[in-house]
Design a protein around this ligand. Structure first.
Ligand code: PMP
Length: 296
């Protein structure tokens, strides 16, 4: 595997970053996790926009044009001959004189790493059947005025602390805001289905506005499924008819249980998984599959 480090392609085993880099020292870095299908990145423009928004929040003026970032992604892709891949782009504030206080002059460290991520997921269980076991955690989301939730930085300690709490086969944390309303997973957005429609926590809560979340909201609207964004208690999630999580690598991942209560997938989750898969097929492979799992 070849990674892209500061403008050069280097073998993954010898790809390194200086120990004084602020990305390592303080988590002072912006990143995006993206997914390539058939050689091109799903919603690349949205990822680059979110990266720019993160850099704005950090006052990290890296001076690189979007075209330059696209080129580095393309070069990494080409060097690895990977059509379907996980792609992570990070920009750190690099090395600076002094300690915590950020300096305006930035010589950024720019890294692109990739790994194979076949469509349909890794392993024997197809991604659309790989049910998550979710647990509400004591760890809460920091308030927006403490850490901007829309900024995707190398500081993932909040999610790590939440995941550290997981017990008994749970594999995703459900984090609440300071008032107890459910916000999101450690690395995913939350959706649930009731008689009144498809619900997801409002982006007024401290959560990362996921690119998959946004695609799913659009697909639901196209299917005339009412989409409601609000403030919900964990009990409302546990009592829902269906619950699923979204992120770039999971796409739409059904949830088996929340805090030990069966929720499971269902017809709305399946329909939206199919619509998402068809969207990927149309945009990246030039066709349309009828349902997940059909590879024809
Ligand atoms: N919330 C958090 C905290 C995340 O880390 C992620 C993964 N990037 C998401 C939500 C989902 O975002 P996306 O759909 O853009 O991957």
């Amino acid at each position: 595997m070849q990674y892209h480090v500061d403008g050069d392609l280097v073998p993954a085993e010898s790809a390194t970053v200086n120990v004084r880099d602020r990305g390592f020292q303080y988590g002072d870095a912006a990143f995006e996790t993206m997914r390539a299908y058939g050689g091109s990145i799903f919603e690349l423009d949205a990822h680059l926009d979110r990266l720019a928004a993160t850099c704005d929040e950090l006052s990290l003026d890296h001076g690189l044009a979007d075209g330059d970032l696209r080129e580095r992604i393309d070069e990494t892709h080409a060097a690895n001959d990977l059509a379907d891949a996980y792609v992570k782009l990070s920009i750190t504030r690099g090395i600076q004189p002094g300690t915590l206080t950020a300096q305006p002059d930035v010589d950024p460290t720019v890294v692109v790493i990739v790994k194979p991520l076949p469509r349909g997921g890794v392993g024997s269980t197809p991604v659309w059947d790989d049910h998550a076991v979710v647990q509400t955690t004591k760890t809460r989301k920091p308030a927006a005025n403490a850490l901007p939730p829309g900024a995707k930085t190398h500081n993932y300690l909040n999610g790590i602390l939440a995941r550290n709490e997981l017990v008994d086969g749970s594999d995703e944390a459900l984090l609440r805001d300071g008032d107890g309303f459910v916000a999101e997973g450690a690395a995913s957005n939350l959706f649930f289905v009731t008689d009144s429609g498809l619900h997801t926590p409002t982006a007024d809560l401290p959560l990362l506005p996921g690119i998959t979340r946004s695609a799913v909201v659009d697909l639901a609207r196209e299917e005339s499924i009412p989409v409601l964004q609000g403030r919900y208690e964990p009990s409302e999630v546990r009592e829902a008819d269906e619950v699923f999580l979204t992120n770039t690598t999971w796409e739409l991942r059904p949830v088996a249980t929340v805090d030990g209560i069966d929720v499971g997938g269902g017809p709305v989750t399946t329909l939206l998984q199919r619509r998402f898969d068809a969207l990927v097929e149309r945009r990246h492979y030039g066709g349309e599959r009828l349902s997940p799992g059909e590879t024809a």
